[in-house]
Design a protein around this ligand. Structure first.
Ligand SMILES: [Zn+2]
Ligand SMILES: [Zn+2]
Length: 204
């Protein structure tokens, strides 16, 4: 699996493009321009969750690449209802769209030729998904588990207990050598965060 990454927008949000399969994970601000610059053709856009910094360019990418967008059902109102962010006090307007396919937790689902295990780990955001490719030992985790951190739980729909227990019961049982590529900051591994993470690690 060849993974290209781009970091865009004021929150420095990561997205990942898997060039062999045309899968794009998340769509931060300026990612549409990056795809054009690189000549990448998206076959499917997968959203880890509906926070605005991860879906900023999603409508434009869906249109320009004529690609379906997949997300959790709880992400749908966040990206399709213009009033959604304003209700929660965000003074931001993003272009809304209707997602094309619903993705929920499952041990195996083929998406654009890649077999993913999909894990639902809410607590940072309702409907947060982590996409695990077992054959490549890589987890696209969104804003759940970071190198030395976890996603914030104080935004609307956040829940600290749900987040911490989800990480401990769903992510930490995975193989230690699985690489975690998060929505912000550098990559890490399951084993390293199990040992060292100050929020959910062995010594926390
Ligand atoms: Zn987020
Ligand atoms: Zn984020």
């Amino acid at each position: 699996m060849t993974i290209d990454s781009f970091t865009g927008g004021m929150f420095e949000t990561n997205c990942f493009f898997l060039s062999d399969s045309g899968i794009l994970i998340d769509a931060p601000q300026e990612s549409a321009d990056w795809l054009t610059r690189e000549g990448f053709k998206v076959r499917i856009l997968l959203l880890t969750h509906g926070h605005v910094d991860h879906v900023w360019d999603a409508a434009r990418i869906r249109r320009e690449h004529a690609c379906p967008v997949g997300c959790h059902p709880e992400t749908v109102p966040m990206v399709s209802e213009p009033e959604f962010f304003r209700r929660f006090g965000f003074a931001l307007d993003i272009e809304t769209f209707t997602p094309d396919l619903m993705i929920t937790e499952t041990p195996a689902r083929e998406l654009s030729g890649i077999d993913f295990q999909v894990l639902e780990v809410p607590g940072h955001c309702p409907g947060s998904l982590c996409f695990l490719s077992k054959s490549d030992a890589v987890l696209f985790g969104g804003d759940v588990l970071f190198a030395g951190g976890v996603g914030r739980w104080d935004l609307p729909g956040g829940d600290q207990n749900l987040l911490f227990s989800g990480i401990r019961t769903k992510l930490f049982p995975l193989d230690n050598d699985i690489k975690v590529l998060p929505g912000h900051g550098p990559g890490t591994t399951i084993g390293r965060e199990k040992r060292e993470n100050p929020f959910v690690g062995a010594e926390s």
